[in-house]
Write a protein that binds this ligand. Structure first.
Ligand SMILES: [Zn+2]
Length: 68
């Protein structure tokens, strides 16, 4: 299985979210995952009511997940 798909299942990330890259480097080892929307995604469900809303901007953000 592709490592990016493996991490997407482990998180777990619902579509249209997907892992686009994974790198393991440094001392101590740090795992960095890039998460993005599947190409062509035009809308996402509201996290409160579930209503579909068009995507109008995108920003790169970082957060720390629990250790794998
Ligand atoms: Zn809503």
């Amino acid at each position: 299985m592709d490592p990016n798909q493996l991490f997407a299942h482990a998180l777990p990330l619902p579509r249209p979210w997907t892992v686009t890259s994974s790198t393991l480097e440094g001392k101590p080892k740090k795992l960095t995952l890039m998460v993005d929307l599947v190409e062509g995604t035009k809308s996402l469900p509201c996290s409160w009511c579930g209503k579909q809303s068009r995507i109008h901007d995108r920003r790169e953000r970082r957060w720390r997940h629990l250790n794998f």
